[in-house]
Design a protein around this ligand. Structure first.
Ligand code: PMT
Length: 220
C-alpha cells in the first residue's frame, strides 16, 4: 500500500474542455486534452482521496478508483459540480471551461445562406468562483492559463475569485500546457508562491497535490 496522505479526503476535480453547441452538429471548444486534470485525479486516488472527476469530452480512460461524471457544456459542468461541491474537502478546477456560449442553439443545422454571419455569445457561469463563494465550502484551487503577464493575471484571479491557491501555467509555450504531455506550474496562495518546473503531467500532479495537502492542513 503506497503512502496515503489524502486518506479520508473528498476531492472534486474538473478536467478537459467544454463544448458549447451552435446547432445540432457544431460547437465552440478549445484544445484541452484532459491530461492534466486526469493526472491529478489518478494521483489523488493513489494518495487515498475519494475522488470525483467531472470531465468534459476527452479521449482518456477513467483513472482507477475515481468516480467519473461526464459532461459536455459549461452549464452541465456547473450543475454537476454544484450538486455535491459543498460536501467536498478540496476542489481543483483544471477544466478549460468556455467563458461564453452562443446565446441561442439552433434547432436545425445552420445553412450558409449569407456571405457573412455573426454569432452572439453570452457569459457562462464561473464554476470556480461559485464554489469558492460557498459557505463552509471546500479548499479551492484554481488554474490560470495565460499567454502573457502570467503572474499578474494569476494573482488577480486568486484574489478576485477568493481562492485558497492558484496554479498558473504559461500556455504560450506549446511544449507545455494544452494537450502536451508535460507542463510547468507556478503556485500562488495568499502569502506565498512556489515553482514546479517542467516535467510530465503525472509527476507534476503528485507535486501539486503535496503542496495542496500541505496548505489544506494548515487551513484546518
Ligand atoms: O487538458 P490539458 O491538455 O492537459 O491542458 C491543461 C490545461 C492547460 C487546460 C490546464 O493546465 C489549465 O490551465 N486549466 C485551466 C484552463 C482555463 O480555462 O483557465 P482560465 O484562466 O481561463 O480559467 C481560470 C480558472 O477558472 C480555471 O481554474 C478554470 O477551470 C475556472 N473556470 C473558468 C471559467 C468558468 N466559466 N468556470 C471555471 O470554473
Amino acid at each position: 500500500q503506497p503512502h496515503q496522505p489524502l486518506a479520508g479526503v473528498k476531492m472534486m476535480i474538473t478536467a478537459g474542455p467544454t463544448r458549447e453547441a451552435l446547432d445540432p452538429v457544431r460547437y465552440l471548444s478549445n484544445h484541452s486534452s484532459g491530461k492534466m486534470g486526469y493526472a491529478i485525479a489518478a494521483s489523488a486516488a493513489q494518495m487515498g482521496a475519494e475522488v470525483t472527476l467531472v470531465s468534459g469530452p476527452v479521449a482518456l480512460q477513467a483513472p482507477t478508483g475515481v468516480q467519473l461524471l461526464r459532461v459536455e457544456s459549461a452549464a452541465e459542468m456547473h450543475h454537476a459540480v454544484m450538486t455535491t461541491a459543498v460536501q467536498q474537502d478540496i476542489f481543483v478546477a483544471c477544466a478549460a471551461v468556455a467563458d461564453y456560449r452562443p446565446e441561442a442553439v439552433a434547432d436545425c443545422k445552420i445553412k450558409k445562406d449569407n456571405s457573412e454571419m455573426s454569432i452572439r455569445l453570452v457569459r457562462n457561469p464561473d464554476i470556480l468562483a461559485d464554489v469558492a463563494a460557498l459557505n463552509s465550502g471546500p479548499f479551492t484551487v484554481g488554474f490560470a492559463a495565460e499567454t502573457h503577464d502570467v503572474e499578474t493575471y494569476a494573482i488577480g484571479k486568486l484574489q478576485r475569485k477568493g481562492l485558497d491557491m492558484i496554479a498558473a501555467n504559461d500556455v504560450s509555450d506549446s511544449s507545455i500546457g494544452f494537450n502536451s504531455d508535460d507542463n510547468a506550474l507556478t503556485l500562488y496562495w495568499a502569502d506565498g508562491k512556489t515553482e514546479l518546473p517542467a516535467t510530465s503531467k503525472q509527476q507534476l500532479a503528485a507535486q501539486l497535490l503535496e503542496q495542496i495537502n500541505h496548505r489544506y492542513r494548515i487551513k484546518q
